[in-house]
Design a binder for this molecule. Structure first.
Ligand code: ADP
Length: 651
């Protein structure tokens, strides 16, 4: 009431009486403004324009009367208080005015009662307004929340402590295919869950009404057909005394998400299975392709050495070269699959780079001279070294030189070895530049992708599977290096590889520290006059013949196809070296046979070379751990096998 100025309309024909009333109200402490009217017309006008908060009305006026004013006022606003202020009516009439809807009546001869009566009436009116406003607000906010809940994209369900449904929103009904009336008053888990899910739901509901908020997933049965996977977030509802009276749950349909998750899991499992299959397929393929290669490469090499007729000799060379190419392709595919399945084992060691470059370049001398090209090597520092895997690095360098030669018809190939400091780090820089066909800009990135070549399709101009640079790049990066390319079509290409340099002052000896591919501590003492005795356990006819022919001039090779026969023979005669194929016919494999032979008297320290077409990652380690002292993978070069055997037997 404080601070508010009220508007009071006085229906009175005697101005002095009106003044008296005003004075009375003032002295009662009321803040107000007032207007006086005495005709019906003016009254109605002020009712609409002055908008009074209270009306003081005389009972009888010359042209108007208080009861009519009361009637109009109540029509205008039921809560507009009208107080009769009159001198001429008796008590009975006064009570009649109250019955007709007046708030109060005050006699003119007792005006000191007017102030309190007006203040009381205005107070009541204010309270009514306040209550109406609060009710209005409540109604509005209820409407807001109801609309929100109805329109929500999630289902909302309220249940009591026995899971009896008290409220469901529209969305939930739509999701489950029921009308609201079909769900209300039903037990939620009985109507919406299969028997086997009900126990779980009841347990969860119990946890919720015990006061814990819960989030869980459950499969719910739709009215007509099918199921939905729902994610439920439920919370207890409390009454005024803080007792749990039920719970409210938000139901989100996550069926699609679940299906997508399951599809992802399935496809991951499938991919893993495929990967397992691929690995085992590759291992088998590798074995199956390598085994015949020993025959092709070995015999063509032997024929080439034996044959005198130049045409036939050339034919033998072609067979040998074709076999080599096939082996190379096979190796590339295997390398890529190892990289892709993260199964590549690196043996990083400080390597002298100049040595490897010189050795690699030597291999290409014949091809270079045949193509009328020049090969130039510029080595700025013979002592540069880096932490590298010998096989991978050699492969990368040789691949770049091989490509340079392959894609250049005239001019020269230049190999530079130098160093560079970038951001305080020293790098070894190897570049292979050619004056060949060059690579246009749009192809400079794709050539590093698997199976991509600049000239593709049926009219491609160069042989190769498009894996060389992919593998080179991966090898370089796995060893911590970088590969870049500068090229101009028609002018040539320069491939640059960089590796972090090892700063060392014992550079000259670095290459001495390299890990040796082949252990050579199992040397055998043979009496000068005798040829060493070698037992070769092998079931593949081509391999048997090739190895015998390769080694015939340095040792006596005895061949036996099974593990069982090998053990028997080793018991009967002492052999200086065992060559062991791993995949043998018969009951025993090569590793079992090796173990059994090494347990025989006098065989504890006998060297065993695993000769096998199992050339996948980890195979070599497996054979060495299984008792073999050396390992050579099929197909191998005559020189590789001969020098290994010579070294072991010291012949
Ligand atoms: P491949 O030589 O077996 O096709 P690579 O991955 O080694 O596979 O090379 C991919 C492609 O990059 C080649 O087919 C060729 O188009 C291009 N390329 C590679 N090196 C050179 C080079 N020195 N000069 C021109 N083109 C090259």
């Amino acid at each position: 009431m404080e601070g508010k100025i009220y508007k009071i309309l006085i229906v009175e024909d005697i101005p002095s009486d009106a003044k008296l009333m005003e004075r009375n109200l003032k002295s009662a402490g009321l803040d107000f403004i007032s207007k006086r009217v005495e005709s019906e017309e003016c009254f109605l006008q002020e009712l609409n324009e002055f908008l009074p908060d209270l009306i003081l009305a005389d009972y009888k006026l010359p042209s108007f009367d208080g009861l009519t004013a009361l009637k109009y006022s109540l029509q205008y606003d039921l809560n507009l208080p009208v107080i009769f202020v009159s001198g001429s009516i008796g008590e009975e009439f006064a009570i009649g005015t109250i019955k007709a809807g007046a708030k109060d009546y005050v006699f003119k001869d007792n005006l000191q009662k007017l102030g309190p009566a007006v203040i009381r009436a205005l107070h009541e009116r204010d309270e009514i307004f306040e209550r109406q406003r609060a009710e209005d607000e409540l109604r509005k906010s209820e409407l807001r929340y109801r609309t929100l809940i109805e329109r929500m994209n999630e289902g909302i369900v309220q249940v009591d402590v026995n899971n009896i449904i008290l409220f469901v929103n529209d969305r939930f009904c739509k999701m489950m295919g029921y009308d609201e009336s079909e769900l209300l008053k039903k037990v939620l888990h009985k109507i919406l869950l299969d028997q086997d899910k009900q126990k779980f739901f009841i347990e969860k509901s119990k946890e919720v009404i015990e006061g814990k908020s819960e989030r869980f997933e459950v499969e719910m049965k739709k009215k007509d057909d099918g199921y939905l996977v729902m994610e439920v977030s439920a919370a207890p509802i409390f009454d005024n005394r803080n007792d749990v009276i039920g719970s409210i749950g938000i139901y989100s349909d996550i069926t699609e998400r679940k299906e997508a998750e399951q599809a992802l899991i399935d496809s991951k499992e499938k991919a893993e299975e495929m990967n397992r299959l691929k690995t085992s397929f590759l291992a088998n393929m590798s074995h199956e392709l390598r085994t015949p290669m020993i025959g092709i490469l070995g015999f063509s090499q032997l024929l080439y050495d034996e044959i005198k007729d130049p045409v036939l000799k050339e034919n033998a060379r072609i067979i040998y070269d074709s076999g080599k190419r096939l082996t190379e392709t096979l190796n590339q595919i295997l390398d890529l699959s190892r990289i892709e399945s993260n199964k590549l084992v690196m043996n990083l060691a400080p390597l002298n780079i100049a040595d490897i470059i010189n050795d690699s370049a030597k291999i290409f001398e014949t091809v270079v001279s045949k193509k009328d090209l020049k090969l130039e090597i510029n080595i700025s520092n013979n002592n540069l070294s880096s932490n590298l895997d010998r096989r991978m690095f050699t492969h990368a360098v040789q691949n770049l030189i091989n490509n340079a030669i392959k894609y250049t018809d005239s001019g020269k190939i230049t190999i530079n070895l130098g160093e560079e400091t970038i951001d305080d780090r020293d790098w070894v820089v190897i570049s292979v530049a050619d004056t060949g066909i060059g690579i246009d800009e749009k192809n400079q990135e794709i050539i590093f992708e698997s199976f991509r070549q600049v000239s593709e399709g049926l009219n491609r101009k160069f042989e190769g599977v498009g894996l060389g640079l992919t593998i080179t790049k991966k090898f370089v990066e796995l060893m911590g290096g970088k590969i870049t390319l500068q090229s101009k079509i028609g002018s040539g290409s320069t491939f640059i590889i960089k590796f972090p340099a090892i700063i060392s002052n014992i550079n000259n000896d670095v290459h001495m520290m390299q890990t040796k591919e082949i252990q050579n501590n199992n040397k055998v003492e043979i009496k000068k006059s005798e040829k060493p005795e070698v037992l070769y356990v092998e079931d593949d006819l081509a391999s048997q013949t090739v190895v015998s022919l390769f080694l015939g001039h340095i040792c006596n090779v005895t061949i036996t196809p099974t593990g069982e026969s090998a053990i028997r023979m080793a018991k009967e005669k002492h052999y200086d070296l065992i060559l062991m194929d791993v995949n043998l016919e018969g009951r025993m494999d090569g590793l079992e046979t090796t173990k059994a032979i090494l347990e025989l008297p006098g065989y504890k320290d006998i060297p065993v070379i695993a000769i096998t077409a199992y050339a996948m990652v980890g195979d070599k380690e497996k054979f060495l751990a299984g008792g073999c002292t050396h390992y050579i993978s099929k197909p191998f070069e005559r020189s590789q096998l001969v020098s290994m055997v010579k070294e072991i037997l010291s012949v």
